[in-house]
Design a protein around this ligand. Structure first.
Ligand SMILES: *Cc1c(COP(=O)(O)O)cnc(C)c1O
Length: 396
């Protein structure tokens, strides 16, 4: 059975497809480069069938787990990595990295503006109850707003610098903001800048949604520590859950002490049968990220033809999977999300509605016709932006 579309929609879709050919070619080149990078990492560490076996109990000497860490470290150009199904989400993974490194009296300075919604509770909000946030443990937090054009406020960073600034936070992806995401080259500039202010500051990058969209990853331009979610890019839509932390060996170890317990770290942890899917997901990730990027480029081109404002535009530079489209009303956004859901293989019969998701400060509506819960397109309903309502969606 053919799906029936309005003939005019098909004409626009054909036109959008013609227009984006050069952008798709460029994505294929990035996919090739990253696919080989991942395959070489598998080969170097002699990944074998026995690595996929499930460990139980404490999971001592789980060669699959140890090898997965080594493969991830190589794929991200890092000294070490910690890749575990025990991370329940990207937020948990990022929280583990921050708590692992920061100590009472230290200061965390985010230099890419207000971080992603779900991190606000980790940082701790003034006047809120005792939840064990960084703030509750005496870690100071400050952020430097981005400039009106979305650029880094270099003078602002200098002004906000204090002797106890121990860690600098950088968010690669735009998250839900209407601003450009930061390329790996730009992250390299930020790292160089803050290392000049203090050579031993730890640079942390929230790498969520960025993995494999470019040829290099943040550790390859000097970032000390990165974290991301396996429910997004590097899980390849196959890993059942989990997150990764990668970077300097001593810092990854501190994060491992926080995930399990001091002195135990990454040397225990039964993989619960997830190892095969985590390897396979990483192997598939460069290709699937390429497909998601192509979907974003197509969506941008199509909606531009229809007169919508998009960010980035179809031919804009990309360093993550996020495509924002400005809908003129909540109804349009909801209809769009519901349309995506109707076209899915899984849960096509359900109708998504906006709801107050845990950790988010605005109602969220998500289409997710997926085999791994949440690993799909998610949609943010509204955010006040100037005088206009700014609905967005993101492809994950
Ligand atoms: C998704 C995301 C997170 C949080 O990950 P969850 O798995 O949703 O907890 C943090 N930062 C950025 C930039 C993200 O895109």
């Amino acid at each position: 059975m053919e799906l029936e579309f309005d003939r005019q929609i098909m004409v626009w879709a054909d036109e959008a497809e013609r227009r984006i050919v050069p952008a798709l070619d460029k994505i294929d080149k990035t996919v090739d480069s990253n696919q080989w990078k991942v395959i070489r990492a598998f080969q170097k560490h002699r990944v074998s069938d026995y690595h996929f076996a499930a460990s139980t109990g404490y999971g001592y000497n789980d060669r699959g787990r140890e090898t997965l860490d080594l493969v991830y470290a190589d794929a991200f150009g890092a000294e070490a990595a910690l890749v575990r199904p025990h991370f329940v989400s990207g937020t948990h993974t990022i929280g583990t990295a921050l708590f692992g490194v920061l100590r009472p009296g230290d200061r965390l300075l985010y230099i890419t503006g207000r971080p992603y919604d779900t991190l606000h509770n980790i940082l701790g909000k003034p006047g809120t109850q005792d939840t064990g946030s960084l703030r509750d443990f005496g870690v100071e937090y400050e952020e430097v707003e981005l400039l009106p054009d979305g650029g880094i406020d270099w003078d602002g960073i200098r002004a906000a610098w204090t002797p106890n600034t121990r860690m600098v936070g950088i968010q690669r992806s735009r998250g839900y903001d209407w601003r450009p995401s930061f390329t790996v080259a730009q992250i390299g500039e930020m790292v160089r800048f803050v290392k000049e202010l203090s050579a031993n500051v730890v640079t942390f990058v929230d790498n969520c949604y960025g993995e494999f969209t470019e040829r290099l990853e943040p550790p390859q331009v000097g970032a000390d520590l990165i974290a991301g979610s396996l429910i997004k890019n590097p899980g390849g839509g196959i890993a059942p859950s989990g997150g990764y932390i990668a970077g300097r060996r001593d810092l990854v170890e501190l994060a491992a002490y926080r995930l399990t317990a001091p002195g135990i770290g990454g040397e225990v942890g039964a993989m619960l049968g997830a190892t095969r899917a985590m390897f396979q997901g990483l192997f598939l990730a460069p290709h699937l990220v390429g497909q998601a990027l192509k979907g974003s480029v197509f969506a941008a081109a199509m909606f531009e033809l229809l007169g919508f404002e998009t960010h980035p535009r179809w031919d804009g530079e990309r360093t993550d999977l996020i495509q924002a489209i400005r809908f003129r009303s909540a109804e349009h956004l909801i209809a769009f999300v519901q349309g995506i859901q109707m076209a899915s293989a899984v849960d096509a019969h359900v109708v998504p509605e906006p709801w107050d998701m845990p950790g988010y400060e605005h109602p969220v509506i998500m289409a997710a016709g997926t085999f791994i819960q949440g690993g799909s397109w998610s949609f943010r309903q509204t955010r006040r932006f100037g005088s206009r309502t700014l609905p967005m969606f993101k492809a994950g």
